[in-house]
Design a protein around this ligand. Structure first.
Ligand code: SF4
Length: 153
């Protein structure tokens, strides 16, 4: 099976962000991978059943649950989105993922702490953690050089 790369859909311009927008990143390597048909875009929060737009969400660090800005517990949707992302990753033969930094689903190593005060903590989003636990190498869009190096090995 041809190796493919999972990518946060918002990074390639899909309007799946909580505010209905995207985080499109216009860089050569992503364009190249896209043209080569290597990218598998997905949004874990949409896969989990959340709407676009939606209230911003944060992981409540230390409690392993996710809430939105009006206090609704959305953990189940995040867990579902993470599991669905992993299912697709396995189906597509994914060994590497490029995920949006600091998202409660996609963030790697640094996310916000659940207080909606822009306070960062050393932790990862739910989908990022599940993919990593399953042996998939995850890089954020701020680590594209490392991702390129990994991919070319
Ligand atoms: S869950 Fe991931 S793919 Fe979806 S909007 Fe947030 S960062 Fe982008």
């Amino acid at each position: 099976m041809k190796r493919k790369i999972l990518i946060s859909a918002c990074l390639i311009g899909e309007n799946v962000k909580y505010d209905g927008g995207n985080n499109a990143l216009h860089v050569t390597i992503l364009e190249q991978w896209k043209q080569e048909g290597l990218l598998v875009p997905l949004c874990p929060e949409v896969l989990g059943g959340l709407s676009v737009p939606r209230f911003p969400c944060e992981v409540v660090v230390g409690e392993n649950r996710v809430v939105n800005t009006i206090g609704t517990d959305v953990t189940d949707a995040f867990v579902k989105g993470a599991k669905e992302s992993l299912r697709i990753a396995k189906e597509e033969g994914i060994c590497m993922a490029i995920l949006k930094a600091r998202s409660p689903s996609c963030g790697k190593d640094i996310i916000y702490d659940g207080t909606f005060t822009s306070t960062r903590v050393n932790d990862s989003g739910m989908t990022c953690k599940l993919l990593q636990r399953s042996g998939i190498a995850v890089f954020s869009e701020e680590e594209l050089e490392d991702a390129q190096h990994f991919w070319s090995k």
